[in-house]
Design a protein around this ligand. Structure first.
Ligand code: F6P
Length: 540
């Protein structure tokens, strides 16, 4: 298979010409609005509950048409179709990519490799529900015969980022009274903090690892088991663990009862896996119904995309990110939710976009001749206004921003002036988007106080942060990521870039442990020097 070099196509050339014209004419957002009284209306799209205002982008109707032509030429819609129908589009791993099947309507069969995955997904969701019901009712007991009062999720990357983000986002929907915590980092401080105040006799650990070989997760699982065993004894401690994995044998080998191993599958990428049993701790926290409501939100966007991929909102947003990355040369995108509980949304999105599309070769292994994923960063508004927005408004680098904001405050939050404070939150969000787009020129012409404007942003406005709305947001961004990768012709579903560091760490840790005399392994000079300093510090 030979990949098309999208940059060598007439569609790419047309966009290169077009951006040149816009830049030569100093495309100006204020002028675009002046020239089109209905721009705000025409450039606002709706998907499910999400109202997406993309009117403040540096685009004309012609831009949107040309980007659509680029997507056609790259076969983006066909790639989405291949993905949702179970073709093995993750070619380097030889796997299908079926996260959309995890949240498909029940009874909607999806075949991959001649097998219908719908029944296994349904069965696993049913097992998750039964497990959570048993935990909450107290029917499921720990080895001590006591009920489970705390669940600690041990997993990293895709086995933690989505579920912990949703756990925070859906704080208003927690029920069942079981305390849930997440540990990812191998830094001993992380597990220590998570275990603080917990009683081993009432604590259950959920080890989430698709491959069941991830160093951080296994180290934390062993340490957690030692913590439980120090009070309960070895045999009992084992019964305080369940697993979520595609490597069932390794989980059983670790000591987890076969009936306590939940499945995830090769055809679900870790970073796209939160609708699988990887969301078991999340389901424990918010209950089966709310978990299902989150899945139904994802499904709204999936079905919107499947109905007309080329005309879908994620297609447009994905193409806008390509527009900025490849034709304007913008290197980053800031994600700024005006919602305290979406604090981790950008952290989750970093893995989704940057692990998926931070690639340098096309599907056939040939080098990319354009830039791939943007750097995703951000923070929560209004806090971010008091840290990095200065650069967004007056810095020398242009950063397209995604704002996300809810019309209503979180339903469980009360207190004096809650509505007024929420109104102030929303007003700040809208104000930032306006200031970025239209800037300001002080009457006295003081250059220090001038904001150039013309800085693009999207505003995603939703009614309130419900499980369904969160699911819609998640799927909105997942699909954009797939669109980007399809335009660039890369494999968005592998992550070989992270392997080298793991191998080096394995070798280096031998030298840390073997003391100043070393293990005999050779390292680069800087690493050798750091090892020497490390050993000296150990001796102090
Ligand atoms: O960081 C690499 C990675 O493989 C991610 O893609 C994945 O989400 C994470 O590690 C955890 O992997 P696992 O679920 O197999 O422990």
């Amino acid at each position: 298979m030979v990949s098309t070099d999208i940059t060598a196509t007439a569609e790419w050339a047309a966009l290169t010409r077009h951006v040149g014209e816009l830049q030569a004419g100093r495309v100006d957002l204020a002028a675009l609005f002046e020239g089109d009284a209905d721009r705000a209306g025409r450039c606002t799209s709706t998907v499910g509950d999400l109202i997406i205002d993309w009117s403040r982008h540096l685009v004309t109707d012609e831009t949107v048409e040309l980007l659509g032509a680029l997507a056609d030429r790259a076969g983006v819609a066909e790639r989405i179709e291949a993905m949702v129908t179970g073709e093995p589009i993750n070619v380097t791993d030889g796997r299908a990519v079926l996260h959309t099947a995890l949240r498909a309507r029940s009874g909607h069969s999806v075949m991959t490799g001649g097998v219908d995955v719908a029944p296994v997904i349904a069965a696993e969701h049913e097992r998750m529900g039964a497990f959570v019901r048993a935990l909450v009712s107290g029917e499921r007991r720990t080895a001590t015969g006591r009920g489970v009062r705390a669940v600690v999720n041990l997993g990293i990357g895709g086995s933690q980022l989505g579920p912990s983000m949703a756990f925070e986002a859906l704080a208003a929907f927690r029920s069942g009274g079981i305390e849930c915590r997440f540990v990812s980092n191998i830094d001993p401080a992380a597990l220590a903090a998570a275990l603080h105040g917990l009683d081993p006799a009432e604590t259950l650990f959920v080890v989430v690892s698709k491959g069941f070989a991830t160093a951080e997760t296994l180290a934390n699982a062993r340490a957690a088991r030692a913590w439980a065993a120090s009070v309960l004894g070895d045999v009992a401690a084992r019964r305080h663990f369940v697993a979520v994995t595609a490597n069932r044998a390794a989980a059983i080998e670790f000591g987890i009862e076969p009936d306590d191993v939940f499945a995830t599958w090769d055809w679900v990428g870790g970073r796209f896996s939160m609708a699988s049993a990887a969301g078991l701790t999340l389901m424990t926290a918010i209950g089966e119904e709310n978990f299902e409501a989150m899945l139904s939100g994802m499904r709204i966007v999936d079905e919107h995309v499947a109905a007309a991929p080329g005309a879908s909102v994620p297609m447009l947003l994905g193409l806008l990110s390509v527009w900025y990355r490849n034709f304007w040369g913008f290197q980053t995108r800031a994600v700024v939710p005006y919602s305290q509980r979406l604090r981790l949304f950008g952290v989750w999105l970093q893995q989704v976009i940057m692990e998926s599309n931070g690639k340098q070769v096309r599907l056939d292994g040939s080098p990319l001749s354009c830039e791939s994923a943007e750097v995703v960063w951000g923070g929560v508004g209004t806090d971010s206004q008091h840290s990095f927005h200065q650069l967004l408004h007056q810095g020398t680098t242009v950063v397209p921003v995604d704002f996300v904001v809810m019309a209503r405050p979180d339903p469980d939050v009360g207190g004096e002036g809650v509505i007024e404070r929420h109104e102030a939150l929303v007003a700040n969000c809208f104000a930032q988007a306006a200031a970025l787009a239209f800037g300001t020129q002080p009457a006295d012409g003081d250059p220090h106080r001038a904001l150039p404007g013309n800085r693009p942003s999207t505003v995603v406005l939703a009614p309130s942060l419900t499980p369904s709305v969160l699911g819609q947001l998640i799927a909105l961004y997942e699909h954009q990521t797939v669109v980007q990768g399809a335009v660039w012709g890369i494999n968005s579903f592998d992550q070989f870039g992270v392997e080298r560091g793991k191998t080096l760490a394995d070798a280096i840790v031998q030298d840390l442990r073997s003391g100043p005399s070393g293990s005999g392994a050779s390292h680069d000079p800087s690493t050798e020097s750091l090892l020497t300093h490390y050993h000296r510090l150990q001796q102090r």
